[in-house]
Design a binder for this molecule. Sequence first.
Ligand code: KG4
Ligand code: ZN
Length: 354
Amino acid sequence: MAIWKKDAQRSLKAGEKDRANMKILGIETSCDETAAAIVTDTREILSNVIHSQIDEHSPYGGVVPEIASRAHIQRLDGIIQQAMAEASCDWKDIDAIAATAGPGLIGGVIVGVMQAKALASALNKPFLAINHLEGHALTVRLSHNTPFPYLLLLVSGGHCQLLSVQALGKYELIGETLDDAVGESFDKLAKMLGLGLPGGPKVEELARNGDRFGVELPRPLLGQDNCNFSFSGLKTAVKRIVDSEVKAGNVSRETICASFQQSVAEILCDRLKNAFKIDKSDKIIIAGGVAANQFLRANIEVLAKEYNRELVAPPLHLCTDNAAMIAWAGIEKMQLGMVDNLDFNPKARWPLSA
Ligand code: KG4
Ligand code: ZN
């Protein structure tokens, strides 16, 4: 069964629609969500339709790229039509088409980019190739109108990075993971415990009833004078405990989840402290799917207060993959006249910092 997650369409006050000078259709197909959204330059999300492919991938315990590409092909047309209908938009109302052009699973990225190029070409409208990570990085400007510059902690299924965000297109990498991404380690723990997909929210849910100091786990790189991350040692230690203590019933699933989250929180906070020495802006932004985790948010909030910085995080439904963030990145690019050519090549890898 397909799962439909849909934003309640925000109703516009009388006349508000008229004030928007630009409306962009955004398309997101870089992983296992097929999504389309329409966003205005006045920060209105007119529609935000997301189809999760969880049911298709669940039997395999993870995202299968070929299945993802096929599902995007089958669904994208209908999702775009739904986004247009929910926004009460006609094609003449749309000023440009933006699509995730990387990084991600290349088959899915190609599906979204080809669709966007076809629409742009047929309708004679600008095409915008959006870096998925840039979508996450700028979401807070859609949700909170946050001005540049800011320190960004980007934590998703494929990435764990600290970036100094100076302006649109100006991202300086301060540190990144040397091995696994944070979301990936959440997903792996969920898989070890047989929790199913999506892993992160399920681990978070169990952790609520566990003892976060119940199991001693490593905190890789803690105390080192840099901003890099490492999670593979933590994953190995967690696996050892799951295979022995959890299976024997000596440690509960709740406690291993809570102890894991505690370790991740300490690692993130320790690295952030080092980043504060480099990035002097007064705001920390957390973005990406893992930023939806309430426990991690709460820990970073405490740290932010201690260091006199403001923590700003997008609402939960804009942390995980969505097309509203892609449409918004498109708006920002359009405002600077940064339109892309129709021969833009989709990219499996596309670092945010040049
Ligand atoms: O940004 P995202 O939706 O997709 C990528 O660009 O990777 O992030 C997905 C990742 C997954 O690994 C998922 O398990 C994790 O974000 N995630 C969470 C939570 N919600 C999603 N991790 C921890 N706690 C959550 N509540
Ligand atoms: Zn993402």
